[in-house]
Write a protein that binds this ligand. Structure first.
Ligand SMILES: [Mg+2]
Length: 290
């Protein structure tokens, strides 16, 4: 028996950003859900915090915490329940709900035993994502969370996850995500793991995200031989063109509209990426079967 030159595993990981990648911005839609104008709220509350040097995640969480605190009517306070109900009301972009099984079918058609695992890594509000209709499709979801008071009202930012920290989770996926997901597992992802022991080698990891905030993940996967796919929500192509001028290492394999319907450019890119990885797995299987 000849040992394969490169280790391989019969798994593919597809990791997604959330806001503006799978759903519209949860910050803006939540402001509107609370009955306010998103642009006005940003101008009056969020922008001054940013101008004062606040970190964007802290500013977003604080703006809602402060809003809730200022409500004298208890029915207007933002609670765990408000977040959950809002999450349930979130409408993913076209085709998202069918995309998960479509990609699994694409993979199975080439390598029957291959498993496609889906992950979510957000710098937005992960608890909203955990309540949304596609939550069950993900093996794990990571992102900033609220701390709640005894009465269930949002009170503090409990856990943060900024964009430069996202690649750490891609390493974690590659090492193998444990069911009892602990902080330590994520902190020590840089520990050396022999390539043959990796749960999912990084060339079998795909990351889908929008905008320049996802550049750390794009750059990391490009370095490691993975696949980076950039999306833009409807109407924001020009924004991408204006802001996104990455260096060679930060480029994406393709940039497409956030439309996951069958036959869309984005679904074609994702399908090609999954097929490409499956064919490499197939090739490895041929060489190890000798
Ligand atoms: Mg995003």
């Amino acid at each position: 028996m000849v040992k394969a030159t490169h280790p391989t595993a019969e798994k593919i990981a597809v990791a997604f950003d959330f806001d503006d990648t799978l759903v519209p911005s949860t910050y803006d839609t939540f402001i509107e859900y609370l009955g306010m104008d998103a642009t006005e709220f940003r101008q009056q509350v969020y922008d001054p915090l940013k101008a004062d040097g606040w970190d964007p995640i802290s500013a977003r969480f604080y703006s809602f915490i402060n809003y809730s605190k200022s409500r004298s009517n208890s029915s207007e306070k933002i609670t765990r329940e408000t977040i959950r109900e809002f999450g349930q009301s979130l409408q993913p972009f076209a085709g998202v709900t069918d995309m998960f099984h479509r990609l699994q079918e694409t993979a199975t058609a080439i390598v029957p035993q291959v498993e496609v695992e889906f992950y979510l890594i957000t710098s937005g509000f992960v608890e909203m994502a955990r309540s949304c209709k596609i939550a069950d499709c993900f093996k794990a979801m990571w992102g900033p969370e609220f701390h709640y008071s005894e009465s269930g009202e949002i009170e503090f930012l409990k856990r943060s996850l900024d964009h430069p920290a996202k690649p750490r989770y891609l390493y974690y996926i590659s090492k193998g995500v444990r069911d009892d997901d602990s902080r330590d597992d994520i902190l020590f992802v840089y520990e050396d793991v022999p390539p043959a022991e990796l749960a999912i080698p990084l060339p079998q990891v795909i990351y889908v995200g929008d905008g320049d905030s996802d550049i750390p993940c794009f750059a990391m996967l490009n370095r490691e031989g993975g696949t980076a796919i950039g999306v833009y929500p409807e109407g924001s192509a020009q924004q991408w063109a204006d802001h996104y001028q990455p260096s060679q290492g930060e480029r994406v394999s393709n940039l497409a509209l956030a439309d996951y319907s069958a036959g869309s450019e984005l679904m074609k890119s994702l399908t090609l990426a999954v097929e490409g990885i499956c064919k490499k797995i197939q090739l490895q299987q041929l060489s190890t079967a000798k």
